[in-house]
Ligand binder design. Structure first.
Ligand code: FES
Length: 111
């Protein structure tokens, strides 16, 4: 779909990051999906992108597999999947995704 940052994809899949839903390109690694939702911060994270630094560690579960224990993974290694629920983030990812994960401020009243 045009952007060379992402592997070719035909559709977006829905994932949940710390309880918040996002649409991200299928067939891409999780860290690239995080970049899709926060393109202004993820490129400036201290990520090696090649499974060495461990700064992209997350824990995930899958929707529909409620009995299965959450699993730790490296976001630069694993592909996103429809229904993926990211339930824990590394400190580096928390910092990089804080802008998209924090609740919206209430809109100020009109004066
Ligand atoms: S970005 Fe370094 S291990 Fe994933």
């Amino acid at each position: 779909m045009g952007n060379p940052l992402y592997r070719d994809y035909e559709k977006l899949v829905e994932i949940t990051i710390m309880g918040k839903k996002f649409q991200v390109p299928e067939k891409n690694i999780c860290l690239r999906a995080f970049q899709y939702v926060s393109p202004e911060t993820i490129p400036y994270g201290r990520f090696c992108w090649n499974q060495e630094c461990q700064l992209c560690r997350v824990v995930y579960a899958m929707a529909g597999q409620e009995g299965a224990p959450p699993r730790p993974i490296l976001a630069c290694k694993v592909l996103v999947a429809e229904g993926m629920q990211i339930v824990e983030l590394s400190d580096e990812l928390k910092w990089n995704l804080s802008g998209v994960l924090k609740p919206a401020e209430p809109r100020p009243p009109l004066e």
